[in-house]
Design a protein around this ligand. Structure first.
Ligand code: ADP
Ligand code: MG
Length: 241
């Protein structure tokens, strides 16, 4: 059996005695994109934050490449988890150049860093802005720099929380496709959080449909869409459109 890049087992998070994440389990293979899809407030971001290590679960386990990363007694700190983050409110550093943003958190010699930065900017087609500053870029371009920054240290896992929701509709599809092809090239396991069925249908290899803290259905996008598990799932897919 191949070992999942990321496996979470029975994650639980309580707020004020309420289970906002309730026994969530997932397995994601390298190069696979899983979308955690569900309405606002269902527990998606909390799940992601526990995997990132910035929030502690009340019970359950997180495994990366077959190694335990976190349970209720043992915990690898966030900066040692080799996880890339792309969050809606995780903006570029305005005082750093584009190169400075992408190099942030990279290790190695100056030349090695410069080479990796140039490679990634080339791949998001923004090499010409290497010495520019975030305010000189459009929203879509900034998002591509954020993607380059997240991928620069070669994370094993990429966690993305509604990363495209700030962008206007015309740009969004192009950036989704571009992001996807870059992630596939890097063989990263991706957990993408979204409340938009369209986005999940477009990007996911697998959809995990979440409601009230639980995963209520999981499978290939086509199957989840054409065979919704219950009336609420039907309503969710149709209301959102
Ligand atoms: P989603 O990302 O799916 O919109 P969240 O994970 O942000 O959902 O939140 C899930 C639930 O947990 C919500 O009801 C939210 O109000 C609650 N919640 C999130 N963070 C906290 C917190 N720090 N304290 C109390 N309740 C919280
Ligand atoms: Mg959220």
């Amino acid at each position: 059996m191949p070992v999942p890049r990321l496996e979470i087992r029975n994650l639980v998070r309580l707020f004020d005695g309420r289970r906002v994440v309730d026994e969530v389990s997932l397995r994601i293979m390298p190069g696979q994109v899983t979308c955690l899809l569900g309405p606002s407030g269902c527990g998606k971001s909390t799940t992601l934050r526990m995997i990132a290590g910035v929030e502690m679960q009340d019970s359950g386990e997180i495994w990366v490449d077959g190694k335990l990363v976190c349970d209720t007694v043992f915990r690898v700190p966030p900066e040692r988890r080799q996880i890339g983050l792309m969050f809606q409110d995780f903006a570029l550093f305005p005082h750093l150049s584009v190169a400075g943003n992408v190099a942030y958190g990279l290790k190695g010699s100056k030349d090695e860093k410069r080479a990796r930065v140039a490679e990634l900017l080339e791949r998001v087609d923004l090499l010409r802005f290497i010495d520019g500053y975030p305010h000189q870029l459009s929203g879509g371009e900034q998002q591509r720099v954020a993607l380059a920054r997240a991928l620069a240290p070669r994370p094993r896992i990429m966690l993305m929380d509604e990363p495209f929701s700030g962008l206007d509709n015309r740009l969004r599809d192009g950036i989704r496709d571009e992001t996807l092809s870059l992630l596939k090239e890097e063989d990263t396991a991706v957990l993408l959080v979204t409340h938009e069925p369209d986005e999940a249908m477009r990007m996911a290899d697998e959809i995990a449909l979440m409601r009230d803290g639980r995963i209520v259905q999981q499978g290939a996008p086509y199957n989840v869409y054409t065979r919704p598990v219950d009336r609420a799932a039907v309503a969710f897919f149709s209301d959102a459109n």
